[in-house]
Write a protein that binds this ligand. Structure first.
Ligand SMILES: [Zn+2]
Length: 337
């Protein structure tokens, strides 16, 4: 028994001496002193020995344990020092670092954020809405007649379950008014889908901003004021807004609105096709039929709604002449913003 203890001690010390990393050190600790370790087994065996031998063997085992523990402590502190000071030999620390390219925001994201920021300043709060819609929200509730051409499968992406990919952001107006009583002053930005063949000005997937303001005594003058403030903050103090009569099912009266050309300031250039004005989008006073759908009293409340294409705004702001550039993710393009 004494010989066995001695031999365990010797081999433990020898193995610890050769140990060169902390994982191996932990293995050795367990091999000798762990719950099923070699020396631990000796301690257990002592209990079964005749009483007169126990003190002698016990003392030897205790000393062996002490020696092993001391060696472990010594090796452990050696390893720590070595591992802390180790310089990996596989690369040259004096080489300059390799720069990782920084990501940046897409121009459409930048413009969307700017638009939201401007309307936020005028008291509009941001709301969200689904891109997969029902015919009710996308058309019916917005007073769009059953035979309106925009409902055609040539123009709208219908899903197998009868739902559709929204063709504009206006369904959000309905969703908000269903839940909230006036006053309502909201803005929404997001993706829309139409069956368009991609060209320089069309894309089957595009982005819109939608605004809605409903309260007592809201007039067309408020609409023009809000759009003018927006144009001036977006394009500069000199920007002007022009309203032209138009038709939309969900507003009455309806207008299309233009901003004065940022490039030629009204004199006429290539961007504005010589007119001095840039067509932005549509707006108008919310049709009483729409109010009826959401249970608003059209005698008491009035409101305006407006939409605009984010791509269109970004193209004007950055002088981009092809909408497809926004979706191709060509780094040479997107890195410029
Ligand atoms: Zn111009």
């Amino acid at each position: 028994m004494l010989e066995e203890i001695e031999s365990i001690k010797v081999s433990a010390i020898k193995e610890l001496q050769a140990c060169s990393d902390s994982r191996r050190l932990a293995e050795l600790k367990s091999k000798y002193l762990g719950r099923k370790g070699q020396l631990t087994r000796m301690f257990r065996a002592i209990a079964d020995m005749p009483a007169e031998q126990r003190p002698i063997v016990g003392k030897a085992a205790g000393e062996a344990k002490k020696a092993i523990l001391e060696k472990i402590k010594e090796v452990s502190s050696d390893l720590e020092t070595r591992e802390a000071g180790r310089t990996p030999a596989f690369f040259d620390v004096t080489l300059p670092g390799r720069k990782l390219p920084l990501g940046r925001k897409h121009p459409l994201t930048l413009v969307t954020e700017e638009i939201i920021y401007i309307f936020h300043g005028m008291g509009f709060s941001l709301v969200d809405g689904p891109e997969v819609e029902t015919e009710y929200y996308n058309f019916d509730a917005l007073n769009t007649p059953a035979d309106h051409p925009s409902r055609d499968i040539q123009d709208t992406f219908y899903l197998e379950n009868g739902q559709l990919l929204r063709t504009h952001t206006s369904p959000v107006q309905i969703r908000v008014m269903e839940k909230q009583r006036p006053p309502v002053r909201i803005i929404h930005a997001g993706r829309c889908y139409r069956r368009d063949t991609p060209d320089a000005t069309h894309s089957p997937n595009f982005h819109q901003v939608e605004g809605l303001y409903v309260d007592t005594d809201v007039t067309m003058a408020d609409l023009k004021g809000v759009l003018t403030t927006f144009a001036r903050q977006l394009l500069g103090r000199g920007a002007k807004v022009r309203l032209r009569p138009h038709f939309f099912p969900f507003t009455e009266p309806s207008v299309e609105y233009d901003f004065s050309c940022v490039v030629c300031e009204g004199k006429g250039c290539k961007l504005c096709e010589g007119t001095g004005w840039l067509e932005i989008a549509g707006a108008g006073m919310v049709d009483p039929n729409v109010f009826e759908k959401v249970g608003y009293d059209a005698e008491r409340y009035s409101g305006f709604a407006f939409g605009m294409g984010i791509e269109r705004i970004a193209m004007i702001k950055y002088g981009i002449d092809d909408v497809r550039l926004f979706y191709e993710n060509d780094l040479r393009f997107v890195e410029q913003f």
